[in-house]
Design a protein around this ligand. Sequence first.
Ligand code: HSE
Length: 440
Amino acid sequence: MKPVNVGICGLGTVGGGTLNVLTRNKIDIDAKAGRQITITHVGARQLNPDCDTSSLKVSTDVFDVANDPDVDIVVELIGGTTVAKELVLKAIENGKHVVTANKALIAEFGNEIFAAAVKNNVTVSYEAAVAGGIPIIRSLREGLVANRIEWLAGIINGTGNFILTEMRDKGRAFDDVLKEAQALGYAEADPTFDVEGIDAAHKLVILASIAFGMPLQFNKIFTEGITKIAPEDVAYADELGYRIKHLGITRRSPNKGIELRVHPTLIPSSCLIANVDGVMNAVLVKGDAVGPTLYYGAGAGAEPTASAVISDIVHVSRIVGDNSSEVDYNTNVPHLGFAHDHLCEYDIVPIEEVETASYLRISALDRPGVLSKITQILSDAGISIEALIQKEPAEGQNHVPVILLTNQALEKSVMSAIVKIEQLESVTDKVVRIRVESLK
Ligand code: HSE
């Protein structure tokens, strides 16, 4: 078979990693693909000092790659959703297959991009968009194809996980750890995407669409970041036998639709996923036939992400014949795992209607009867208490932290109970509330 020619757009962390791994492992990769995979053209405003591009055609305009008649696969690694979207649509219009690591692009514009790909009979692959090197998209789409997925929960932002792990293990300050994550190349160009949960939301929207067979619905996801997690909450969680992880959770909720939410979550320390630390990612998927399965690996970084990008390049190279137009890519590779005409517009459950257990930290004056007022409010709302810690006031202080773990209750009931608790004269501060999941 004739070689497959690859054009790489963007030579930053992931682009550089892709070029280097493809070059280093070329003999094996070609043998696995059954044909030569050759990088022929690189589009980058700036060269990467870690990459040897001396034998390659290099353009500063990435559109030269999308318009190059010799390129079969355009690999979009420039990031962002403006030029990247234009580039991907141009490549598709020119009849080229696309590989991208761009989660924001797929989560926000995937429906439009996939429709263009179907129209032009090309495929768009995006394994690297979610959880870096973990082959979670292919696992959901191929390995778990027999299953009706019930729910999945993932640590899908390495930067956030790195920050929470360092805060717990070393008592380090949030900002200090974030700076280190940026220096290590884990964080997004705009790190608020990591710490406010937007990056995880992009990834969860993609996973949910593949798990349940629905169009991408980024505008419906509930997102809460980790910026308000205080060191004392990390410590109290530990004392109660839990870890705080920033999770993306999606599940079928009977008679309501699909839950789609990203937020800090207390999970039992005994869960495997609670012990996924540092920049590592993990996704726990519950299928009706297989039961729970866990996927673990590096969620960011040059070569782990390149590993996923190259898996897509090989995947496309295997299905592209010498005469591309003879293959029906829409049937061969449905972009979201379900055939395009079998996607279903499920309702996304509003967060107020979601049921979870809760961790509450309440600052109260050290006076008789305070606790009974708090528990009365919870009991009136039908919320029962599973565990309670009350500490003595610190030296020179007259308020005490009261830590409660409640049973499962509707979000709206919890929120209205919190409003009432905050109105108590003896409650001195905003109540800290973190959702709790057993992941069973
Ligand atoms: N900023 C992302 C993370 C990179 O920290 O997980 C990979 O998407």
